[in-house]
Write a protein that binds this ligand. Structure first.
Ligand code: NI
Length: 262
């Protein structure tokens, strides 16, 4: 069994974990998982993220507004979320970004809320966790202009775009999609990614890697994603997991005592 898995992106506030959330998280931390970042998507799930961080010593939180929720979000919501960044275990602004695949919020509003949150992150010196689906051009233009530090999570762009992201100093999050049978782009991206800019993630309960595809995903499933990446890179699986955990601690500024370094 592997150890030291750092899941940089999960949604344990999701209702699919209602029945066994506490037991599941405890068992993960007793097993292969060392740390998890839970990502909020709106004010409600950001508040839930804060309570999860208070219950589990190795669970950290990112809070923010997802592009799907941009339309319903008020300035007051954003102000209340801003207060949450003062908390000890809230270590990033996320998940934020643009989603032109579903277009659940008007694009103009998505862009407005995305930009506001990057500006907040830059003011506070916090990294951002970025969601980009079918919105590569606008995402890149905003990142080039505002230059946050952070990660593009569940990266779905080309190897060419990954190179642009690396140039901006950002990290690339790789999840279960790299294990899918038809995965071509994620494999090409992993091929060109330097190991010191790679983060492992699940997006649990979604994006479950093969051989559990279709089932509920949890952070222990990262083992399968890591095995696939290690195979592509020709490195040892545990060494890869350790390197990615080190990268996560560096980006999210978490010290040996599991505290945010101010
Ligand atoms: Ni997510």
């Amino acid at each position: 069994m592997y150890s030291n898995i750092f899941d940089t992106h999960a949604h344990y506030d999701d209702s699919r974990f209602d029945e066994d959330r506490t037991e599941l998280l405890s068992s993960l931390f007793e097993g292969s998982v060392s740390s998890i970042i839970n990502c909020g998507c709106d004010l409600k799930s950001s508040l839930e993220t804060v309570s999860l961080t208070e219950m589990h010593p190795f669970l950290y939180g990112a809070v923010g507004v997802h592009p799907h929720e941009a339309e319903e979000t008020t300035d007051e919501d954003l102000e209340r979320i801003k207060e949450l960044y003062k908390k000890e275990k809230i270590i990033a602004v996320g998940e934020i970004g643009l989603d032109y695949f579903y277009d659940f919020s008007p694009r103009k509003k998505q862009i407005e809320v995305f930009r506001k949150q990057i500006i907040t992150a830059n003011e506070l010196g916090l990294p951002v966790i970025i969601h980009d689906r079918e919105a590569h051009e606008d995402t890149m233009n905003i990142l080039k202009e505002l230059k946050p530090k952070g990660v593009v999570h569940c990266f779905s762009g080309s190897a060419e775009m990954a190179k642009e992201i690396l140039k901006l100093g950002l990290y690339v999050g790789i999840g279960g999609a790299v294990t899918f049978k038809n995965a071509r782009k994620p494999v090409e991206v992993v091929e060109i990614l330097p190991l010191d800019r790679l983060l492992l993630e699940t997006d649990a309960p979604y994006m479950t890697p093969v051989p559990f595809r279709g089932k509920r995903c949890d952070s222990s499933h990262i083992a399968y994603t890591a095995e696939k990446i290690a195979e592509i890179k020709g490195v040892d699986v545990q060494a890869l997991i350790d390197k990615c955990a080190e990268n996560a601690k560096k980006l999210f500024v978490i010290n040996e005592n599991h505290n945010k370094i101010k």
